[in-house]
Design a protein around this ligand. Structure first.
Ligand SMILES: Cc1cc2nc3c(=O)[nH]c(=O)nc-3n(C[C@H](O)[C@H](O)[C@H](O)COP(=O)(O)OP(=O)(O)OC[C@H]3O[C@@H](n4cnc5c(N)ncnc54)[C@H](O)[C@@H]3O)c2cc1C
Length: 421
């Protein structure tokens, strides 16, 4: 009775990556996407793909395709009250870089590759409208096309890759845990903005964060996330308020002198959402499982990584008709271990608080010591977990560095390789 081994809803970053990985493992896959347009793309994104996703992108052959589309290998300059911390050599054993490529390029590229993968039945223009649950297990999915024709698909595994408002999670009763985001977020893309040698910049203020991310074709995204008290000025004049905010930063960019490409985008309320990643017969990946404050640019990497964790945990078992729900528990455990620390830390900052002294300690230490800067950038790139980053030995080393630096009263010592570059 099974129509496909795996049925995936959502043909964006997470869904396409998972579909390709399952199909390459020899499984039959239905990939259901409600948007019929092959060139559709996600508009709410600032396009920074963290380095933690590089192994998955390479495995899928997407790293090469991204570079061929002009994707920029991202490196970060971080401004703190101790000055600039510039990303240099990466922490040993960690991915070298991520990419900046606008979604208008990235999404059609991933989708085209998935649609052309043998073993995937690509179903654009179809919406998931219901789940069939038998003996407590998700056993079937109802989809509907634009004419209203319904079809029932039955899989061994069903996957919700349908974004933060996940319909599949709702049908399956997987309720999100929600924590507030006290800051609002505005951004726009510009041509002709100082590209900073292709390096991304982030200003980490006490109240909020601003950044510029250079992408392909000389287009740079500029963004600000700030406390709600500053919202009226942005609502009144979004472009002028964004330009004023960024121009006031140390070495801040002059948006007024650049050409804006597309609208100024803003949103006021975007709480952090986290759902249980599985229930029998069903897994959630990408934003459907975890959608956090976008200021950290983690969503695409988490989407790609969770797709890989799911296929690694379950593909063999599905192929051999083994106990899928046990394999799903392995996936849920992996998801939790890898992302719970990041999710907690991001949600905590989104509460609107100022920096904790421990965070200040790690930033100050990184401004003085290239080895500690490498750890900070690996954490920001999400290839190093919170527990490892904040391990007692790391904190002790940071405290010693800061103490030494303060006693010496010297300027932060930055990585000479980066300074020279
Ligand atoms: C303002 C903003 C800035 C961001 N900036 C960054 C950034 O710089 N870097 C980063 O990594 N992340 C960023 N993100 C987050 C990132 O955009 C998401 O995390 C990422 O797109 C998640 O991918 P996904 O595949 O899980 O879901 P989505 O990209 O949301 O895709 C879900 C797909 O499911 C389809 N779908 C939904 N419902 C159904 C249904 N019922 N039936 C069929 N199909 C359905 C949709 O059409 C869509 O194609 C940002 C987010 C916001 C809001």
């Amino acid at each position: 009775m099974v129509t496909h081994d795996v049925i995936i809803v959502g043909g964006s970053v997470a869904g396409c990556a998972a579909a390709m990985l399952f199909a390459r493992a020899g499984l039959t896959v239905a990939l259901v996407e409600r948007n019929p347009d092959p060139d559709a793309y996600k508009r709410l994104c600032t396009h920074y793909i963290q380095a933690s996703a590089l192994p998955v992108l390479e495995r899928l052959g997407l790293a090469r395709a991204i570079e061929a589309s002009g994707g920029v290998r991202n490196r970060l300059d971080l401004h703190t009250r101790w000055g600039w911390i510039r990303e240099g050599e990466v922490l040993a054993g960690h991915p070298a870089h991520g990419y900046n490529l606008r979604r208008v390029r990235l999404d059609p590229l991933i989708r085209a590759q998935a649609a052309a993968t043998p073993g995937i039945e690509w179903l654009p223009g179809h919406s998931a409208t219901g789940l069939g649950i038998e003996a407590g297990r998700v056993a079937a999915l109802t989809i509907r096309d634009a004419r209203g024709t319904e079809r029932i698909l039955r899989g061994r595994l069903h996957v919700g890759a349908d974004g933060r408002a996940s319909a599949l999670a709702r049908f399956a009763g997987l309720k999100p845990r929600e924590t507030p985001n006290a800051r609002f977020f505005y951004y726009a893309a510009y041509r002709g903005l100082d590209p900073n040698g292709g390096r991304s910049r982030m200003w980490m203020g006490e109240e909020g964060i601003c950044y510029t991310f250079p992408n392909e074709d000389g287009i740079t995204v500029a963004a600000a996330t700030l406390p709600r008290a500053q919202l009226p000025a942005f609502k009144a004049e979004p472009e002028a308020a964004l330009a004023r905010t960024l121009a006031a930063l140390p070495e801040g960019p002059n948006l007024a002198a650049a050409e804006r490409i597309g609208p100024v985008m803003g949103f006021v309320d975007m709480p952090n959402l986290r759902r249980p990643a599985t229930r029998p017969g069903l897994a959630l990946i990408g934003d459907a499982a975890l959608s956090v404050d976008p200021v950290w640019g983690t969503g695409c990497a988490f989407a790609l990584q969770s797709a890989a964790w799911l296929s690694d945990a379950t593909a063999e078992t599905i192929l051999s008709h083994g106990p899928i729900d046990r394999a799903l528990k392995t996936y849920a455990r992996h998801h939790r271990r890898a992302l719970a620390g990041h999710a907690w830390h991001i949600a905590s900052y989104a509460s609107g608080r100022r920096w904790w002294w421990l965070e200040r300690l790690m930033l100050e230490a990184a401004a003085h010591d290239p080895a500690q800067a490498r750890r900070l950038f690996a954490y920001a790139a999400r290839s190093l977990g919170l527990v490892e980053f904040m391990a007692p030995t790391a904190l002790a080393r940071a405290a010693a560095t800061v103490l030494r630096a303060r006693l010496a009263g010297g300027r932060p010592r930055l990585d000479p390789r980066v300074e020279a570059a």
